[in-house]
Design a protein around this ligand. Structure first.
Ligand SMILES: C[S@@+](CC[C@H](N)C(=O)[O-])C[C@H]1O[C@@H](n2cnc3c(N)ncnc32)[C@H](O)[C@@H]1O
Length: 228
């Protein structure tokens, strides 16, 4: 299935801006589940890919992360970069926001984070980019660090199938009409040699289904949680 190029995605989200925050109907429950299962109270360094308006970052810094936890957020859109920078300005010593070129290479050191968060971005990336992004997530996470993903996914049940069918049809007409996002199955990208699944759930608030996936990073065959 064709996907938006990096330049097209950037153009779309530059224009879309704060309207992204209106998607709470289908994102709220999935994000709650992600937060409940990401063990955020124990996180020391969080990386977020495709941070949008910075809404999730602000929520986590306000309510879920310890006062020592650092937060690095990146996005390809100038508008989103600006909005996130404004939102996170109240934590100048703990937060960094970067504008990227749209490539999946992350300019940060190996094993330097213990949470990698990415919500409603994989579903607009090409299959190749999703693989590359998860390789990068694996590189920058410490052993035992958590990969925390949410994405649109395929539906179960009549109402959800209908809503997803309409979404897919709109996507086929023009990916830009739905922000470039299409339903995918995240778990298909998770290799057992690299990740140990901790939590997976599909929920369909408002008829649109999301998959939430939390997996811990295995390096050299070991995780911090091996003896649990
Ligand atoms: C659907 S929005 C989701 C935003 C946010 N994560 C949320 O859940 O509200 C997708 C975001 O991914 C960003 N994005 C799209 N392609 C990207 C890429 N190749 N690299 C970095 N960010 C990208 C967009 O600019 C936009 O902010």
């Amino acid at each position: 299935m064709r996907t938006l190029s990096h330049a097209q995605a950037k153009r779309f989200y530059d224009r879309f801006g704060t309207r992204q925050d209106r998607s709470t109907l289908y994102e709220e429950r999935p994000l709650e589940l992600l937060i409940e299962n990401a063990e955020l109270g124990e996180a020391t360094a969080v990386f977020e890919f495709g941070c949008g308006t910075g809404r999730l970052a602000e929520r986590l810094l306000c309510d879920h992360l310890s006062e020592q936890t650092t937060y690095t957020a990146v996005d390809v859109s100038d508008t989103m970069f600006g909005l996130t920078r404004e939102r996170l300005a109240q934590w100048p010593s703990r937060t960094e926001v970067y504008l990227t070129t749209g490539e999946m290479d992350l300019e940060v050191d190996d094993s330097s984070f213990d949470r990698f968060i990415c919500t409603y971005v994989c579903d607009l990336l090409s299959t190749n980019d999703i693989h590359k992004l998860l390789e990068e997530a694996h590189r920058i996470l410490r052993p035992g660090g958590l990969l925390c993903l949410a994405s649109l996914t395929a539906a179960h049940g009549f109402g959800a199938k209908l809503a997803t069918g309409l979404w897919r049809l709109t996507y086929l007409i023009s990916p830009a009409l739905v922000g470039g996002c299409r339903p995918i199955r995240l778990w298909r990208y998770i290799y057992a040699d690299y990740w140990e699944a901790r939590f997976r759930r599909v929920v369909c608030p408002g008829g649109l289904c999301s998959e939430i996936l939390v997996a811990s990073c295995i390096k050299d065959g070991e995780t911090l949680y091996e003896d649990r």
